[in-house]
Write a protein that binds this ligand. Structure first.
Ligand SMILES: NC(=O)C1=CN([C@@H]2O[C@H](COP(=O)(O)OP(=O)(O)OC[C@H]3O[C@@H](n4cnc5c(N)ncnc54)[C@H](OP(=O)(O)O)[C@@H]3O)[C@@H](O)[C@H]2O)[C@@H](O)CC1
Ligand SMILES: [K+]
Length: 513
């Protein structure tokens, strides 16, 4: 499922009208109908109090269609036009004229905001058709006040195409946006659903087909990001030959650990084991061996010389990587002077196996990014926004404000594969970008990233291509977090719970495939 911005939606709409010959009024009619039908399905009792708030653009035009369809079906919605009638033009004006010529009831702004608030107080369902993809900048008077009023009430809010006030491209809410329970997006979800403030205002979202095929985006050669749907995640999992032996399923090697961080590499190696690898091996500093060995039951353990609880950089040799099919560097590794050299040395000894770099592995690689482009095998980086800021020399705020573009351009510029973690994790390769629609606060905990590293490494070790491995892993990780929160509460989820839930989720995905 592709994700579109404002300009792409306009281009697709233009194409549908000009080249396919579906007029704007027809598109609007289908769009409005689709949402009216959803409302009627959810609220079969026609006495339900529905309020439709209509703005001056085409989003408002959709609102008029929804209202008319509801009247036709025996409902009596309160419809408010929140703009000057003179301002309406084009298809929105046509819909307004149909509404008024049919003498369907309509409230106007002259009635005043307090009268609108009286209506809102009695409403059970609110349809937000004030502003759509065409919003520019901060919401102006009086709509900003009206949106605040709307948000202060406790009714079911249905946003038409996008919650009013949310920027379609950036996901930024400049001053105020409708907090929707449900958003019905036409043709495609919008970029803003997944960025910045978007996830917190869109509620549950669904796409409605309005007779504009999604494939049009490809015909128009739009290189759009895609949503990692459950089906895509399932298709991205490595295939498992039924009669394989442990050698068939790969060998993941995790380089990490230090005195303060003994748990991290264990989580990664342990996760890899739970996600299907035949073997996983931990390579850790000698001094932490006793602690790690006592806590680890699934991975083989190798040690390298250490000093003050960190690797010294010595001891990396080819034999470490024999029969290894994917390597993760970084979990719990910490920062130490020889770090950059150690990373160079590890990569220098690899034989084109995929390499995942995470945590302080990223810190050690930040000043030698050319190493990544030069390496002949696939490189996968899994930064959180802070690590991405370090890699790019920007602030965390800058990274968060422009996640998608920063991830896309970093992947292309350095010829790497990137998982930019966050509330809506982004997967970027030099050839494409995907957005994970899942994830919750239960994942925001130390150790959760190490589990994700283990998942990506596991799928790579089993032969998945980098984009497949990253998509499968980020989806599985987030779905496991959601499942764990159901089982153990949002407060109580630990990395071990995410690992345990991942088996449940994998089982569901296996059933889907
Ligand atoms: N694409 C498709 O295939 C289809 C699209 N469709 C629908 O069209 C929608 C896009 O419609 P659109 O382009 O007319 O823009 P829309 O969101 O109604 O807003 C424009 C109005 O908002 C106003 N306004 C702007 N900023 C503002 C602010 N900060 N504060 C206050 N006001 C502000 C602006 O006023 P102005 O700034 O010009 O004075 C103007 O009046 C789309 O979301 C979907 O619902 C469907 O009908 C079917 C097919
Ligand atoms: K809207």
């Amino acid at each position: 499922m592709k994700i579109a911005g404002r300009e792409e939606m306009l281009e697709i709409e233009r194409y549908a009208m000009k080249e396919i010959g579906i007029s704007g009024a027809v598109l609007m009619e289908i769009a409005g109908n689709q949402i009216a039908e959803e409302i009627m399905r959810s609220y079969p009792d026609q006495s339900v109090h529905i309020t439709v708030l209509v703005g001056s653009g085409n989003n408002g035009g959709d609102g008029f269609v929804i209202a008319r369809r509801l009247f036709d079906a025996g409902y009596t919605p309160d419809v408010w036009l929140l703009a000057d009638e003179e301002k309406l033009e084009g298809d929105a004006r046509t819909q307004y004229q149909i509404h008024t010529r049919r003498k369907l009831s309509l409230h106007l702004m002259e009635e005043g905001l307090s009268s609108l608030d009286e209506t809102l107080k009695q409403s059970e369902v609110l349809v937000d058709a004030m502003l759509g993809t065409g919003v520019k900048g901060a919401v102006r008077e009086p709509l900003n006040q009206i949106i605040e009023q709307v948000n202060s009430h406790d009714f079911h809010v249905i946003a038409v195409d996008i919650p009013s006030g949310l920027d379609c491209n950036t996901g930024k809410v400049e001053n105020v946006a409708v907090e929707a329970d449900e958003t019905y997006a036409f043709t495609m979800p919008k970029l803003g659903f997944f960025l910045q403030d978007g996830p917190s205002v869109i509620g549950n979202w669904q796409v409605k087909n309005i007779s504009v095929p999604e494939g049009l985006a490809d015909d128009l050669e739009m290189n759009l990001p895609e949503v990692i749907t459950r089906a895509l995640a399932t298709a991205s999992l490595p295939k498992r030959p039924q009669f394989g032996h442990k050698g068939t399923f790969g060998h993941a090697l995790v380089f990490g650990g230090s005195k303060p961080f003994v748990g991290a590499p264990i989580y990664s190696a342990h996760t890899a084991f739970h996600c299907g690898v035949g073997l996983s091996t931990l390579v850790i500093p000698e001094e932490v061996y006793p602690v790690i060995a006592s806590q680890n039951q699934t991975a083989l353990v190798r040690t390298l010389p250490s000093e003050s609880g960190h690797f010294t950089g010595a001891g990396v040799e080819e034999a470490l990587f024999e029969k290894v099919t994917a390597v993760a560097i970084g979990p719990g590794m910490g920062r130490f002077d020889q770090g950059p050299e150690l990373i160079r040395d590890i990569i220098g000894h690899l034989d084109e196996q995929p390499v995942v770099i995470d945590a302080d592995g990223l810190f050690h690689v930040k000043d030698q990014l050319e190493l990544l482009d030069r390496y002949k095998g696939p490189v996968i980086l899994t930064p959180h926004p802070g690590e991405m800021a370090t890699l790019t020399g920007r602030s965390v705020a800058e990274v968060e404000a422009d996640r998608l573009d920063i991830a896309q351009s970093f992947a292309s510029e350095h010829n790497v594969n990137l998982v930019l973690k966050g509330h809506r994790t982004i997967v970027a390769t030099p050839h494409g970008t995907w957005v994970n629609p899942l994830g919750n606060d239960a994942l925001a905990k130390g150790g959760s990233g190490d589990v994700l590293t283990g998942m990506v490494t596991a799928f790579l070790a089993q032969g998945a291509a980098p984009d497949d491995a990253m998509r499968a892993a980020v989806y599985l990780h987030a779905a496991s977090g959601e499942q764990a929160a159901i089982d153990c509460s949002h407060y109580g989820v630990t990395p071990d719970d995410i690992i345990a839930s991942s088996r449940k989720v994998l089982k569901q995905l296996e059933g889907n495939g």
